[in-house]
Design a protein around this ligand. Structure first.
Ligand SMILES: Cc1cc2nc3c(=O)[nH]c(=O)nc-3n(C[C@H](O)[C@H](O)[C@H](O)COP(=O)(O)O)c2cc1C
Length: 194
């Protein structure tokens, strides 16, 4: 008489265990997605930084969005190194409300962003909708995680056109590619002369 009751009890506790595990997994997924989205959209406001103030090739503004990883900033720094090696003076701004809105003194604008959900990070669109790029030449750089950065680049190019910028060069760098090679390429991207 006891045996069926024991079997039934055993079956129910297995079901409960599976249910409990599923609940834990869903909570874990929701929490980790929340953390990733919070990190991707965190406030990264910082003061404008000038590098190579004595550069004479031209005056460049880099507006960039740092990523969750160091990769977008690494690409930006390599690009900046290349620009400095060819004599550019640089202003660098992490994209925010205090990024320069009057860009009349610059010869070249660089917009750099990680790709999230097939688009540049949202602050970039907010910045570009608030600035007149005065037909200045614009270099677009994306840090992506796959070889499907094209839709994001198309969006960025359209946002730059809408801001009255002249799209000059576009480059996408994959975080999963050969990191050294990627950084060499970012460094060499600046062959642009004033
Ligand atoms: C929430 C999230 C969404 C992402 N979506 C894309 C995407 O749609 N396409 C893509 O190529 N990479 C995508 N990535 C990868 C990032 O673009 C890639 O890691 C980038 O090089 C660096 O950004 P990170 O430092 O914030 O990771 C995504 C990354 C995260 C965290």
């Amino acid at each position: 008489m006891d045996e069926p009751t024991q079997l039934k009890g055993h079956k129910m506790s297995r079901k409960k265990k599976i249910g409990f595990t599923c609940v834990i997994l869903v909570i874990g997924l929701v929490v980790s997605t929340g953390i990733i989205l919070a990190l991707a959209n965190r406030d990264t406001t910082s003061p404008l930084e000038t590098r190579n103030p004595s550069g004479t090739t031209g005056y460049m503004l880099i507006v960039y969005r740092p990523g969750i990883s160091s990769f977008p900033a690494d690409v930006m720094n390599k690009f900046a190194e290349g620009a400095i090696s060819t004599g550019w003076k640089l202003d660098i701004s992490t994209v925010s409300e205090i990024s320069p809105k009057d860009i009349s003194k610059y010869d070249l604008i660089v917009i750099l962003s990680p790709v999230y959900m097939g688009a540049p990070q949202a602050e970039i669109a907010t910045y570009l909708s608030s600035v007149d790029l005065l037909q200045k030449p614009v270099v677009s750089i994306l840090a992506c995680g796959s070889n499907t950065g094209l839709p994001a680049m198309n969006k960025l190019v359209a946002q730059i056109s809408a801001a009255n910028g002249t799209n000059l060069v576009q480059a996408a760098f994959n975080i999963n590619g050969n990191r050294d090679q990627v950084l060499v390429e970012a460094n060499q991207l600046v062959q642009i002369k004033r």
